[in-house]
Design a protein around this ligand. Sequence first.
Ligand SMILES: Nc1ncnc2c1ncn2[C@@H]1O[C@H](COP(=O)(O)OP(=O)(O)OP(=O)(O)O)[C@@H](O)[C@H]1O
Ligand SMILES: [Mg+2]
Length: 233
Amino acid sequence: MRHHGYLTWEARVKVLLGTAKALAYLHEAIEPKVVHRDIKSSNILIDDDFNAKVSDFGLAKLLGAGKSRVTTRVMGTFGYVAPEYANANTGLLNEKSDVYSFGVLLLEGITGRDPVDYGRPTNEVNLVDWLKMMVGSRRSEEVVDPNIEVKPSTRALKRALLTALRCVDPDSEKRPKMSQVVRMLESEEYPLARVDRRQRRRNQGGIAEIESQREFSDTDRSEIQGSREESRG
Ligand SMILES: Nc1ncnc2c1ncn2[C@@H]1O[C@H](COP(=O)(O)OP(=O)(O)OP(=O)(O)O)[C@@H](O)[C@H]1O
Ligand SMILES: [Mg+2]
């Protein structure tokens, strides 16, 4: 799956999906749940088959039954920390902060850019802000990492982007759970029906058209609607 030292789109999706599944386990399958607090690309290790291993639990916090959040000293890595956690002096934290960091990670995978890059023009320094601007002005196709040789399909790209935008929602309560993120990312692996492919060829346009594409279920449609509103916010 590797070409000239850069991961292919498929390899990136595999790593990100593996990471999402690991986080879904930590957040939803065990008690007390575990909030990792330092999800970022250098803490996701991969093997030769692009299986993801989430590492560096040094900052992880346990969230016991009945507790929806804990108050802690703000930790994590600049560019990945959710706004409610980074800005509040109180350092209120729950698993939705990991969801935000995962969204940033997903955007890194799609674009090949760093979360914060002062080497870029002012309006491109912050990856999340730039992404919202690009998607809002229907320029999604331009955000893909130029180092990806075989570009993702429009449908796969939009699904990944919309999932990421939902994860970085400034309102932590609106962010999806990691199990929902897994479902959203996995559904792009289903083969497209022929009719959908024809439709896709006609529909090369912006985000609004994504809702008219027949391959999305009703659930997905409402999830996508949410991020569309957010991205135009
Ligand atoms: N077991 C490992 N095998 C291969 N590479 C690893 C392993 N553990 C860490 N690395 C890599 O070594 C580098 C340094 O990791 P390290 O965890 O010390 O710092 P970091 O992830 O950049 O920041 P932080 O200290 O906040 O986690 C990273 O690029 C990381 O991906
Ligand atoms: Mg590390």
